[in-house]
Design a protein around this ligand. Structure first.
Ligand code: AHR
Length: 518
């Protein structure tokens, strides 16, 4: 790292910090490389929809029960049954949309099991996630209550695999009809006079797999049938999300679109997980490289699925939704036994993976509609972890902090960044602008190379800059119940002068720079 900056070149709140005070000596001695690129503020891509930073909660392990919902009588501090600490953290971050109740669980969920007096709700076996008995105490009203508390737009995933058009149409009427019909009156009797006004409705989930193991033509015919009955009530027009491909499966999307022959859905749900062969906290260096380098495929999938949809009549009206995404590492049975099914730690590597994904969404802002990471609490690449369903501790993961570093991009216009290096583990960047403000995020996915960033800003000049970094040279570093803030964002020095921006970006880091522009 050879960045020599005079004091005058430092601008903004971090001006007093010297680089050597922030970057450990060992890192300064490490392998380093210079990355030059051009930021084109004159080349707009599209709006960074806040919905790119949305989430997913399934009845799986300790995500809902014990994670988000502890019940009103719990000794764990709660707000009307919702885990208080989780609510506070999620509110602070902002969760634009929350998808529920699955996942695979959605196609075996019957919404009537989750309404009415809790003690009268039937007990059902969760066949997908361990065969435990669900008491249905977290149902539609509790989910909507959660969304209201954290300020999210609710997204309900309907049952196609084992449900019927009638069941799904009734759920919509129950939620959205203001009054007068038997279903609306039932909602009112259950305590909520105002309609829930739920806009987003999933028409099944992974219907190529756990949602009925269908061929795309079979699912498309069912989609056509269901969509006839899924209507507007009280002025809330449902935005229907059809079950889309597993990764970049073009055969599924083609089969679906060919069979539709018109009448396109509002959105198509693509799922894309990056598997990890090791336990989250025990990754080998080779496996870090392997997992982070395949992230490029997500970007290819977004571009190719978008192009495929656009090749159909009215296909450009279908919003591409990355409905489930993130890393899915090896999960040891002892962790699941202790904390719940699919409970997984998030490390510095996971945060970098999240950063790679979020940068892709900015760069492809014109091609995406919504993205929901899997999942919000305790399951897979979660934002929060609790020490089991009965544990009192609730901590923010490295992935939570990766999302926090991208928050300044929300609702801004993504602009092009021209880089030199297109290799799989290259520096990842994205930028967005609003009046007098420019936000840039850099992700260094290399575990052995620090980078000197040399950026030319085209189309505007910068007056003032500040930066935040999430970094740990140990890719297995994580936040734990004993040390909950080991990996958290820190202020970081950045130099700007006119159209030049320079920053030292250590290995395995995410840095967001906010510039005031002329
Ligand atoms: O997120 C866990 C599971 O992954 C979901 O239930 C399913 O949709 C996907 O296969």
């Amino acid at each position: 790292m050879g960045l020599k900056l005079s004091r005058r070149q430092f601008v903004g709140s971090t001006a007093a910090l010297s680089l050597s005070a922030v970057i450990p000596r060992s890192l300064l001695a490490a392998s380093s490389a210079t990355q030059r690129f051009v930021l084109r503020t004159d080349a707009a891509i599209g709006v960074v929809r806040p919905e790119f930073h949305s989430h997913f909660a399934e009845h799986l392990g300790s995500c809902v029960y014990g994670g988000l919902w502890v019940g009103k009588k719990s000794p764990i501090p709660n707000i009307e049954g919702y885990r208080k600490q989780a609510i506070e953290y999620l509110r602070e971050l902002g969760v634009p949309v929350l998808r529920w109740p699955g996942g695979c669980y959605a196609d075996d969920y019957h919404w009537r099991d989750g309404i009415g007096p809790a003690e009268q709700r039937p007990k059902r076996v969760n066949i997908h996630w361990g065969g435990y008995v669900e008491d249905g105490s977290f149902g539609t009203h509790e989910f909507i209550g959660l969304c209201r508390l954290i300020g999210s737009d609710p997204y309900l995933a309907g049952n196609v695999g084992s449900g019927s058009p009638r069941e799904l149409r009734d759920w919509i009427e129950y939620c959205n009809m203001p009054s007068g019909s038997t279903l609306a009156e039932e909602r009112i009797k259950n305590g909520v006079a105002e309609p829930f006004r739920v806009r987003y409705w999933g028409v099944g989930n992974e219907n190529w797999g756990c949602g009925g193991w269908m061929r795309p033509e079979v699912y498309a015919n069912l989609y056509r049938q269901f969509s006839v009955y899924l209507r507007e009530y009280g002025g809330t027009k449902p935005f229907l999300v059809a079950s889309g491909p597993n990764g970049n499966d073009r055969k599924w999307t083609r089969g679906f679109m060919d069979t539709l022959e018109g009448g396109v859905p509002g959105g198509l749900s693509m799922h894309y997980y990056e598997n990890g062969p090791d336990r989250a906290t025990e990754f080998s260096a080779d496996h870090v490289d392997q997992q982070l380098s395949i992230f490029k495929r997500v970007e290819e999938a977004v571009m190719e699925q978008r192009a495929l949809l656009d090749s159909y009549r009215d296909g450009n009206k279908v919003g591409l939704i990355l409905d489930e995404w993130g890393v899915w590492d090896k999960i040891p049975p002892e962790d699941e036994k202790r904390y719940g099914k699919l409970w997984m730690q998030s490390t510095m590597r996971s945060a970098v993976a999240a950063g790679l994904g979020l940068n892709i969404f900015n760069r492809q802002a014109d091609k995406l509609f919504m993205c929901n990471i899997a999942q919000i609490v305790n399951v897979l690449q979660s934002l929060l972890l609790t020490d089991g369903p009965d544990g009192k501790s609730c901590i923010r993961t490295t992935t939570y902090y990766a999302f926090a570093l991208f928050k300044p991009h929300r609702s801004k216009t993504a602009v092009r960044v021209e880089t030199q290096d297109a290799s799989p583990l290259a520096l990842s960047t994205s930028a967005s602008k609003a009046q007098n403000e420019l936000v840039i995020t850099f992700v260094n996915p290399r575990h052995d190379t620090d980078l000197e960033i040399d950026c030319t800003i085209q189309g505007t000049t910068a007056r003032e800059a500040k930066a935040q970094i999430l970094h740990d040279p140990d890719w297995n570093a994580c936040n734990t119940f004993e040390n909950p803030n080991r990996v958290a964002p820190q202020p970081y020095p950045v130099a700007v002068e006119g159209s030049k921006l320079r920053l030292d970006l250590p290995r395995l880091s995410i840095a967001t720079v906010t510039l005031k522009t002329a």
